[in-house]
Design a protein. Structure first.
Ligand SMILES: Nc1ncnc2c1ncn2[C@@H]1O[C@H](COP(=O)(O)OP(=O)(O)OP(=O)(O)O)[C@@H](O)[C@H]1O
Length: 268
């Protein structure tokens, strides 16, 4: 498997590093890479005296879709930053594809609650921010995939919140990441738009084949999208449950999904 090298810091590509590493935007019609496994072995993280994560053991197989839920301040974003290589553990090991997670190794892309688009770049420029050879074609194809092919030449400021998140998703996907790390990506959207984004993300995950880690406060959203839900509580895993229901998305009006969400909520 070829490991594309990507560099991310707070959602932005650092194109000069990507170029020097020989990375280019890949045509988005290429088959998905299948994802990388993620393994946390006795991982602890402390900020000063505050222990945020306490000897976590989590193994995520390549290509899985895992949601992490938990109360505010419970260490969910910290966990994601460790997997992205943006933070180092205070103890234990974070392995991505069997190697220590690091920014330099790359392969993971992040998506946040805010789209974080560059206002001076048009939509297509925001997606193809790495500017490798053929970037425009790849960016346009990825915009087509997220249903915004006809908005490529517009400025981000004229887009709705949901459309901006579609652009952010396209920006994350254009380089065919092996891991997609989603930190409350739909938290600011209205209920209808959230459901549309669930459908889009579920389809794209199936078609691309990356490993997905979704952080969310919303247990129903976790059940709608993930094939496994982990509850983080007091820095430890309080529950780790498989979502053994028909393929996502599974929305709240599905009684089995609602029952499972209620069960999970008891552990949050
Ligand atoms: N760089 C940092 N320096 C000091 N403390 C930090 C740092 N990053 C996170 N923390 C602390 O770690 C704890 C967990 O934060 P984190 O953002 O991981 O939680 P979270 O579960 O994602 O919360 P939320 O759901 O509110 O986003 C918090 O108490 C936070 O203040």
């Amino acid at each position: 498997m070829s490991h594309a090298v990507h560099y991310v810091e707070d959602g932005y590509f650092m194109p000069e590093l990507a170029r020097s590493a020989g990375s280019a935007a890949l045509p988005s019609q290429a088959p998905g890479p299948g994802g990388l496994s993620v393994e946390l072995k006795a991982v602890s993280k402390a900020f000063g005296h505050r222990v945020v994560l306490d000897r976590l053991d989590i193994a995520i197989p390549a290509g899985a879709f895992v949601a992490v839920v938990g109360r505010s301040g419970g260490g969910k974003s910290t966990l994601l930053r460790l997997v992205a290589g943006l933070e180092k553990p205070s103890g234990g090991e974070v392995l991505v594809g069997g190697k220590a997670a690091s920014l330099a190794q790359g392969g993971a892309r992040l998506m946040f609650q805010e789209a974080r688009l560059l206002p001076w770049q048009r939509v297509i420029g925001n997606v193809g921010i790495a500017r490798g050879p053929g970037w425009k074609k790849a960016a346009q194809a990825t915009l087509d995939e997220v249903g915004l092919g006809d908005r490529a030449g517009e400025w981000p400021s004229v887009l709705s919140g949901g459309q901006k998140q579609r652009v952010a998703l396209a920006r994350a996907l254009v380089s065919r990441p092996e891991i997609l790390l989603l930190d409350e990506p739909f938290g600011a959207l209205d209920a209808m738009t959230r459901v549309e984004m669930h459908q889009l993300l579920a389809r794209i995950w199936r078609e691309h084949g990356f490993t997905a880690m979704l952080i969310t406060h919303d247990v129903s959203e976790a059940v709608a999208l993930a094939d496994r839900v982990i509850v983080l509580r007091d820095g430890a895993v309080a529950l780790d449950v498989a979502v053994d229901l028909p393929r996502p998305p599974r929305e709240k009006d599905d009684p089995a999904a609602a029952r499972l969400a209620a069960r999970i909520l008891a552990y949050v």
